[in-house]
Design a protein around this ligand. Structure first.
Ligand code: BV8
Length: 242
C-alpha cells in the first residue's frame, strides 16, 4: 500500500468513533500458534478435522482427541501475545466504542489487554463436561469428577451452535461501526465469515489485514492491507496516534 494511502487510513482510524476488529488464527501466527489451513504446519493437515473438531468424531476418538486439545491448550499458555495483539488492545483504549470479535480460542487477545471481546468459537481456558456442563481442569484423562461424563474443550466444534448471543453482539457492532478490521482469517467458516459482510453491507469501511488476499472480500469501501498483523497494525497505530 502506498504511504499516502496508509496515512489516509491512519487518519480514518484516528477519527473513527466506533471500531470493530474481527480476527482469525492469523493474528496469532507470529506468536507461534499454528493456523488451521494453508501454512506448512496447518492444524487441519496434521489431523482429520472430522475425528477431533466434530462432536461425534471427538466422542469416538478418545483419548487422542482430548489429548490433541489439551496439547493445544498447553501451547497457548506457553506462547505470548505479539505486536498485532497489543496494537488491537491499543486501538480499543483510544476509540470511543470498540468490540473485538474473535474466532480464536487461545486467550492471547485478553492477555494483550483487550477487554471488550466476543469469542465466537469459545476458548481453551477450561474444559467442560459434555454431559453436565461442569467446568474442569486439563487433567490426564477426560473424566468429569462431578458426574463421570466425558470432558471436552469449551470450544465450538463444527455442527455446534455458537455461544448464545455472541453472533448478535458481533452483528450489532458490525452494522453500526465506522470501521471494521478483518485480521488473519481465511473467511471459510460460517457464520463467523458473515461479520465483515455485515459491516460492508451497512456502509462501513472494511480493512483486510492478511499477507495473502486470496478469497478475501474486496470492492466498495474495502481496503486490502497486505502484510503480517504484527507488522501492519503497529505501523498503522503509530501513524494514527504519533
Ligand atoms: C454452525 C473449533 C449451525 C475450535 C472451529 C457448507 C458450506 C458452508 C458452511 C457449512 C457447510 N456445512 C456446514 C457448514 C457450517 C460450518 C462451516 O462453516 N463449515 C466449513 C468447514 C465450511 N460451521 C459450523 O458448523 C458452525 N456451526 O453452523 O451451527 C449448524 C448446526 C448443525 C449442522 C450444521 C450447522 C461452527 C463453526 C465453528 C467451528 N469451529 N474450530 C478450534 O479447534 O479452534 S473452526 C476453525 O476455523 C477455528 O475456530 C478458526 O477460528 C476457524 C476459521 O479459521 P481461521 O481463523 O480463518 O484460520 P485459517 O487457518 O483458516 O486462516 C488463517 C488466515 O491467516 C489465512 O488467511 C492466512 O493467510 C492468514 N495469516 C497467516 N499469517 C498471518 C495471517 N494474517 C495476518 N498476519 C499473519 N502473520
Amino acid at each position: 500500500m502506498a504511504q499516502n494511502d496508509l496515512e489516509n487510513l491512519a487518519a480514518l482510524l484516528a477519527t473513527a468513533k466506533r471500531v470493530v476488529v474481527f480476527t482469525g488464527a492469523g493474528v496469532s501466527a507470529e506468536s507461534g500458534v499454528p493456523t488451521f489451513r494453508q501454512a506448512a504446519n496447518a492444524l487441519w493437515d496434521e489431523v482429520d478435522v472430522r475425528n477431533f473438531a466434530y462432536p461425534t468424531g471427538y466422542r469416538r476418538n478418545q483419548p487422542n482427541a482430548w489429548r490433541w486439545y489439551a496439547a493445544r491448550a498447553a501451547k497457548t499458555r506457553e506462547v505470548s501475545p505479539n505486536a498485532g495483539h497489543f496494537a488491537i488492545a491499543d486501538i480499543e483504549r483510544r476509540v470511543d466504542e470498540f468490540l473485538l470479535v474473535t474466532q480464536n480460542i487461545d486467550n492471547l487477545h485478553q492477555r494483550a489487554g483487550s477487554r471488550n471481546v466476543v469469542e465466537l468459537h469459545g476458548n481453551l481456558r477450561e474444559p467442560r463436561c459434555f454431559e453436565c456442563g461442569a467446568h474442569a481442569a486439563w487433567a490426564q484423562d477426560p473424566v468429569c469428577e462431578a458426574c463421570g461424563g466425558l470432558l471436552r474443550p469449551d470450544v465450538v466444534m463444527f455442527e455446534e451452535e455458537l455461544p448464545a448471543g455472541a453472533l448478535d453482539l458481533a452483528r450489532e457492532a458490525a452494522e453500526s461501526c465506522d470501521l471494521l478490521f478483518s485480521v488473519g482469517t481465511s473467511n471459510l467458516v460460517w457464520p463467523a465469515t458473515e461479520v465483515p459482510r455485515y459491516a460492508q453491507r451497512a456502509g462501513a469501511r472494511v480493512v483486510i489485514v492478511n499477507p495473502d488476499m486470496e478469497g478475501q472480500p474486496w470492492g466498495h469501501h474495502v481496503t486490502q492491507l497486505v502484510g503480517a498483523a504484527g507488522e501492519v497494525l503497529p505501523a498503522l497505530v503509530r501513524l494514527a496516534w504519533p
